[in-house]
Ligand binder design. Sequence first.
Ligand code: ASP
Length: 328
Amino acid sequence: MNTRRKFLQQSLLGSLAVGNSDFWLNHPDLSAPLHKNAVPVVIATWAPNIKANAAAWQVLSAGGYALDAVEAGVRVPEADPNDTSVGYGGFPDRDGYVTLDACIMDEKGMAGSVTYLQDIMHAVSVARKVMENTPHVILSGDGALQFALSQGFVKENLLTEKAKKALEEWRIESKYKPIINIERHDTIGMLALDMQHRLCGACSTSGAAFKMHGRVGDSPIIGAGLFVDNEVGGAVCTGLGEMVLRTLGSFLVVEEMRRGAHPQKAVETAVKRIVKKYPKQSEEAQVAFVALDRKARHGAYSIHTGFNYALYQQGENRVIEAGSLFEK
Ligand code: ASP
């Protein structure tokens, strides 16, 4: 059976099992999980982040805090030189600078973010320090770097030989055209619900490869690349940041869930909104969302096929192919 049909069947079974959205609208108490052992749970964009989920699970399964879990998880691809979209080894901008965007959000609605950060591998940990140790939400560029150094982070060269070579090859034509599902391991967005029902999320990326110098994407922007509301659920996304920034995609997903939508319906609504608004751009660009609600139910959806995500729940860490609006 093809993946698409299987997916449709699965979502149909899922909706029969959990009831329709009106039911949840009339039963706004989302505090208890749907199934026994549904928590803890962690979900992350893209298959290779199954390794990030494993790191997060170590924290969660020991009864730890979801915030510690998402930080530990996101640090995995940040340190991986073979992941060319996040942290060390991330592809640079067109001038040769690796600039990182990251954010984190806790169950109390507090948030921290860094944009355009250079020379620090673990942008997500700097974002957490911004949240915990400053009165601000976002620090950017040199200010973010100076803050990181003041917090004990160490400067490192993040530009690998592989990334340098990719830039040289790109410069031959210098065509800026983000490729759909490039290498299938883009930005990491992660959501976790711990045993105490605390929902937290984080996001980290080196942004679009060969972007203009100074460009900041959706990933460090609260409401765009990530949004968490512990009363309802959380959402993260990956793909062409400009389309998400203009639509505040993750916020939209959470607000749909607040109105009673199942996470799967909520992510589908956000994707459809983006495609309706930007039909031409959507033909060539990918955007994908992952959502998790207070009941530990999840959803994922993208514009184009090829998006997948990693889910660790009930002791099982697995990769799932997401449904998409366009077949090819
Ligand atoms: N959303 C990221 C950005 O636009 C990139 C990605 O997810 O691939 O910066």
